[in-house]
Design a binder for this molecule. Structure first.
Ligand SMILES: [Zn+2]
Length: 157
C-alpha cells in the first residue's frame, strides 16, 4: 500500500540538540524536522474542504517521509528512524538513544525542560541547524510554537 503524503513544505531543516536519555542516563543527540510553512491536506475529503495552511512548525507523529528527506536523515541523523511507540501504539519516526536504543518520545522532547523547549531566542539560536535539500512531503502532523518562528528569522526566511 502506498500512503499519500498529505503534508507539504517548500523547504526544511534538521535541528539537533543534546539531551539525557530517560532510560540509561547517557548523553544523547536528538533531531527534529523543522519547516518554514506547510500545507496539510489530511482532512481534505471533498472539493469543498480547504487544506490547513500554517507557518513555521516542527513535524510530529511522522509516519512517512519522501525519499529525498529519508536519504538526508539517514546521512546526518542516523538515530532518527521509525520506531514503535507503545504510548501511541503506532510506528513513528523517532529519536533513539545511541547507547541503549530507547525511543525518545515526542512528549519528552517537546515538553517543558525538554531539548526542544525554548523561551528565549538565544536558546533557539544555539541549536545546531542542518539546512535541508529542497522541498519536503510527509505523513506527519505539524506542531507550531513561537520559537519555531525564530528559526525562520535565523535562516533569513
Ligand atoms: Zn539510553
Amino acid at each position: 500500500m502506498t500512503l499519500t503524503l498529505t503534508l507539504a513544505a517548500p523547504s526544511y531543516a534538521l535541528l539537533q540538540a543534546d539531551t539525557t536519555c530517560w532510560k540509561c542516563g547517557e548523553s544523547t543527540r536528538v533531531a527534529t524536522i523543522w519547516v518554514p510553512s506547510f500545507t496539510d491536506t489530511s482532512d481534505v475529503e471533498g472539493p469543498e474542504d480547504e487544506p490547513e495552511i500554517g507557518g513555521a512548525a516542527t513535524l510530529r507523529h511522522i509516519e512517512d517521509l519522501d525519499d529525498n528527506v529519508t536519504d538526508h536523515v539517514r546521512e546526518v541523523a542516523t538515530w532518527l528512524k521509525p520506531g514503535h511507540s507503545e504510548t501511541a501504539e503506532a510506528t513513528y519516526w523517532a529519536n533513539h538513544c545511541p547507547h541503549c536504543d530507547a525511543l525518545q518520545g515526542d512528549h519528552f522532547e517537546m515538553g517543558v525542560n525538554g531539548p526542544f523547549f525554548f523561551q528565549h531566542r538565544a536558546e533557539a539560536d544555539a541549536l545546531e541547524l542542518i539546512p535541508g535539500r529542497g522541498p519536503l512531503t510527509a505523513n506527519a502532523s505539524a506542531s507550531q510554537s513561537e520559537w519555531m518562528d525564530w528559526i525562520a528569522l535565523r535562516l533569513g526566511l
